[in-house]
Design a protein around this ligand. Structure first.
Ligand code: SF4
Length: 368
């Protein structure tokens, strides 16, 4: 799948990476660099732009699971597919805040809330999400939401409630997008990201590999993200979790080295973004995950489940991070209370299992 015959690109050739206009040919050339040279370049750039040996820990909770009218081919929450995930009631603000407290105790600095909605609609459900965001902020956590499409005024309401980040993935390239989703367009997605940015909320947007796309589609998605001005603050890279009952249930798993290439390419093209190793992590051995960190990943979801798909156990993650000498990143917002929570994370890694964390009994967009 990968041509590795050309000459590696020097790391510092991309020092203007955040402002240049990237082409697919350039991105392909980076992606197809011999793997060890690629990872070396990515690691050099990573160290120039991020604290080494730290990983951001985020916890993801589904506040409204299943019954989504969209037709994303990878998603067990779509009402169009017969999967084990049914429509559930929306969680209460108290239920969500109790999970947020547990996530903080377990060491998360960011708490992400997702709803299986096509779009945000004004009304009691959105009012409740706004209250959740306010509550999460009072706990000293960064707040993130993934709620589907939203307009400018809804983005502003979330910003006013204290929302730090909004996740809305492009999923794949513009060219391949129609093979995966028909109920909304690539441009709809870009519009939502624009509304998020205009409101002053951080943009979290990435995609999924392993849906049958070509390498060219993977890097074309990165080109769209990298050419945003400014570039996204956070870029989740997911590997498909093929769920029974979805149209993509029979897809072969992606080789972990393809994931490493994708992460390294994202790191080189978007040096300042947090690159999140997201869905599909359970299939990776510790060594493969650490190779992803070498390639520039510096954020993970931390909790038992990623929405409706499994995630490594909290204690397993704590052991991996501890054994590798990695520590939890303090909040990028430098809030004193969040620093306290990161200190708790460091304590947790040092005394694995002692806190009995209960975070992460959640579901939602499996690709957030
Ligand atoms: S990925 Fe999100 S928008 Fe798409 S079907 Fe699933 S819940 Fe709905």
């Amino acid at each position: 799948m990968t041509d590795t015959t050309h000459t590696p690109t020097p790391a510092h050739a991309h020092s203007d990476a955040t402002t240049k206009t990237w082409t697919v040919a350039e991105a392909l050339a980076i992606h197809n660099t011999p793997l060890l040279s690629l990872v070396h370049q990515a690691q050099v750039i990573h160290r120039e732009n991020h604290q080494p040996d730290t990983v951001q820990l985020a916890t993801l909770l589904s506040v409204k699971t299943g019954g989504c009218p969209e037709d994303c081919s990878y998603c067990p929450q779509s009402s169009k597919y017969d999967t084990a995930v049914g429509a559930e009631r929306m969680l209460s603000v108290d239920e969500v805040l109790s999970k947020a407290r547990a996530a903080r105790t377990a060491g998360a600095s960011r708490f992400c809330m997702g709803a299986a909605w096509r779009e945000v609609k004004e009304g009691p459900a959105f009012d409740r999400v706004v209250e959740m965001v306010k509550g999460v902020k009072t706990l000293g956590l960064e707040a993130c939401c993934t709620l589907g499409m939203l307009d400018e005024s809804q983005a502003q309401r979330l910003k006013d409630a204290g929302l730090d980040m909004y996740n809305h993935n492009l999923d794949t390239s513009r060219e391949f997008y129609g093979s995966v989703i028909q109920t909304r367009t690539f441009d709809d997605r870009l519009r939502t990201l624009d509304n998020v940015r205009k409101a002053g909320i951080g943009v979290c947007s990435g995609g999924i590999i392993g849906m049958g796309e070509r390498v060219r589609d993977r890097v074309a998605m990165l080109v769209t993200l990298a050419n945003m001005s400014p570039q996204p603050d956070s870029v989740p890279i997911n590997t498909l979790v093929a769920v029974e009952g979805t149209p993509l249930e029979a897809q072969e798993p992606v080789d972990s080295l393809e994931l490493v290439r994708m992460i390294a390419t994202a790191r080189i093209m978007m040096p300042k973004a947090f690159v999140r190793l997201s869905a599909g992590r359970t299939r990776l051995a510790r060594e493969a995950q650490l190779f992803c960190f070498m390639a520039g990943a510096n954020s993970i979801f931390y909790g038992e489940k990623l929405l409706t798909t499994p995630n490594p156990e909290v204690d397993e993650d704590a052991a991996m991070l501890r054994d590798a000498g990695l520590t939890a990143l303090k909040s990028v917002h430098h809030d004193a209370s969040i620093e306290a929570s990161s200190t708790a994370a460091a304590h947790h890694f040092a005394h694995e299992g002692s806190d009995g964390p209960t975070c992460g009994t959640c579901d939602l967009h499996p690709t957030a």
